[in-house]
Structure formats: structure tokens, C-alpha cells
Design a protein around this ligand. Structure first.
Ligand SMILES: [Zn+2]
Ligand SMILES: [Zn+2]
Length: 339
């Protein structure tokens, strides 16, 4: 039997270890994917640093997978060998728990997360349940598709479900891995888009991404600046700084909503009066399921939205991971399997 390479973490804070083993066979309801590219997401640090209780080690991280299906398990309908498929954070759903029966597949009580509850895409091959698969359009390369099934779907799906309408003022807080995609999607959805970041040097980049406005949060007060523009219908918070998030709240229009995507360690301090008087709200958004990833890939194909990436071969995963963790990558780091 032929072997495959995979990069595993055997214990919290342990190194990546390159291991070879037999290529796995897909079980019932599963497919095997020959991985072509896998993005490195900040959430992979949950596995690497052991920040999430209950992870079983050794574990292969990776939930920004783009590849080709090369074997189909029993009972899989609608997928065939040779078809391109992406697998994101949402690792599949059961279809029969209470959340699934209500159509809330993202909240499936089985809670399968790719690269966390089962082995992910830092490998030549991986196995996934068919409910985790999104077809990849021909127009997108593997390194383009990978980041879009996590960072992409998170920003695209939260914006399209935010309640904002074309021409509404929508602000994106942060211009990093999530934010640079959020700005592009907001523009392409027809929102009057404001990018908010630290420093005047990012204004040109925001404009390059299509943003109509830029607020430098180091030099300007974000809330009054947003109010001068009429107030934001939605603020998409992609940063992990709780104070930076709450500093924007006064910039919400009536019925405006702060949508939280980044996860600060500390709680958000929110003025109840501000929420009550303008019927404003603070909400979170879970990224999305495979059909949301499918829509994200399709919309990105149609509109030209792409993540900016830095690409590394699988063997250089340690360097690539450290680059991502440094916060200096522009803007998503992607592994390729070189086959
Ligand atoms: Zn992710
Ligand atoms: Zn379920």
C-alpha cells in the first residue's frame, strides 16, 4: 500500500512532526481527498498550543482545505472521483440531532470541526464526511480556494446575513486576514464600505481593496467619524481587541449591529443605554456550513474577491505557522502539497 505524508502535533505546544502512514480508506458517508492546498488559520493554534480542552492527540490540523476527491465511501450521493472539493471549519453534520432537524446545521450537536475533532489538511490526503464538502469552481486555484472556505465564508456569510442592504454604510474593523476579505466582500455586495484600521499608512491599501472610506483609529475617534457619515448599519469586527470593538459602538446607526467575528480573551464592555436608545445590538456569527462555503467560492469567482496569500510547501509548516502567528503575513498563509 502506498504511503502519505502528514504533519501531526502529538501534544499541546509540541512541534509539528512529519510522519508517513498508509493512505486512509473512506468509511460510509465519507470521501477521501487528495489535498492540494491547505490554509493556516489562527484557529489552528488551538491544536498547536492546546488552547481548547478535549482535543485528542496526535492531531493533524488544517481546515482550509482544497483538493480533489479520489475515493468515495459507501452511501455518498452526488459526489464523484476527480471532483474538486473544499473543506472548511465546519466538519460535517449528523442530520438527526435537534439543531440539525431545525435546519441549524452549523450548530449540530456532534460538533465536528475539521482538523480539531478529526484530522485535517496538513497532509497529502484526508478523509471527510460528505456534509463537509463544497465544490470548487474551475476558475479558482487550490491556493485561492483554501482560505476562502474559512476566512472567506466567515466574512462573506456574516455580511450577507447581517441585514445590511446595498448602499447601507457598513464598516469593517481590522484589515488583516479576515478584514481584507471582509472589505472586498462588503464592496462587492454594494455596501458603502468603511475600512477601520490603525495608522494612516493603511489608507491606500483600503482604497485598493475598494473601500470608499478609511478611518485611522490611531488618529481619529471612530464612533463620531462613523456618525458623520450617517452611522453604520453594520460594523464587522474582525480584530481580537475588545476595546477596539466597543470603541466603535457609538458609530452605529439606529437598529445598527456590531457583528463579532474576532475572539478577544476579555469580555466586551457594552453600554446598555446605547443599545436601548437606538435599538442597537451586538451579535456573533458562526462561520457557515459547506453550502455557505459553496456560495462563498461562487461569489468570489463571480466578483474577483481573493485572499492575498503567502505560500509554503508542507515541509516548511513550522516556518509557515510561525509566520502566521507573527501577525506579519500578508494576509493568509497557505501550504501546498507539491503533487
Ligand atoms: Zn479558520
Ligand atoms: Zn446534528
Amino acid at each position: 500500500m502506498s504511503k502519505m505524508r502528514f504533519m501531526q502535533v502529538t501534544q499541546p505546544k509540541g512541534p509539528f512532526e512529519l510522519v508517513e502512514r498508509d493512505i486512509p480508506q473512506p468509511g460510509a458517508g465519507q470521501v477521501r481527498i487528495k489535498v492540494q492546498a491547505c490554509g493556516i488559520c489562527h484557529s489552528d493554534s488551538l491544536v498547536k498550543e492546546g488552547a481548547l480542552p478535549g482535543i485528542q492527540y496526535p492531531r493533524v490540523p488544517g481546515h482550509e482545505v482544497a483538493g480533489v476527491i479520489d475515493s468515495i465511501g459507501a452511501g455518498v450521493v452526488g459526489w464523484s472521483e476527480g471532483q474538486r472539493a473544499g473543506v472548511g471549519w465546519h466538519g460535517g453534520y449528523c442530520g438527526h440531532c435537534k439543531a440539525c432537524r431545525r435546519g441549524h446545521f452549523f450548530a449540530c450537536e456532534l460538533g465536528q470541526i475539521t482538523g480539531i475533532t478529526y484530522d485535517g489538511g496538513y497532509a497529502d490526503y484526508m478523509v471527510a464526511h460528505w456534509t463537509a464538502l463544497a465544490p470548487i469552481p474551475d476558475e479558482l486555484s487550490p491556493t485561492e480556494a483554501g482560505p476562502l472556505v474559512c476566512a472567506g465564508v466567515t466574512t462573506f456569510n456574516s455580511l450577507r446575513n447581517s441585514g445590511a442592504q446595498p448602499n447601507d454604510l457598513v464598516a469593517v474593523l481590522g484589515l488583516g486576514g479576515l478584514g481584507h476579505l471582509g472589505v472586498q466582500y462588503a464592496v462587492k455586495m454594494g455596501f458603502n464600505t468603511v475600512a477601520i484600521a490603525r495608522g494612516s499608512d493603511k489608507a491606500a491599501f483600503a482604497s485598493q481593496l475598494g473601500a470608499q472610506h478609511y478611518i485611522d483609529s490611531q488618529a481619529q475617534d471612530v464612533a463620531p467619524e462613523l456618525q458623520k457619515m450617517g452611522g453604520a448599519k453594520v460594523i464587522l469586527a474582525t480584530v481580537t481587541n475588545a476595546q477596539a470593538m466597543t470603541a466603535t459602538l457609538g458609530g452605529l446607526a439606529e437598529n445598527g449591529k456590531l457583528v463579532v467575528l474576532g475572539a478577544p480573551a476579555e469580555p466586551l464592555a457594552v453600554s446598555a443605554g446605547l443599545l436601548i436608545t437606538g435599538s442597537r445590538s451586538v451579535a456573533g456569527w458562526d462561520s457557515g456550513t459547506s453550502v455557505d462555503s459553496e456560495d462563498t467560492l461562487s461569489f468570489s469567482k463571480l466578483t474577483g474577491v481573493r485572499a492575498m496569500t503567502e505560500v509554503y510547501p508542507l515541509e516548511r509548516v513550522t516556518e509557515a505557522y510561525e509566520r502566521m502567528m507573527s501577525g506579519k503575513a500578508r494576509f493568509r498563509v497557505v501550504l501546498t502539497m507539491g503533487q
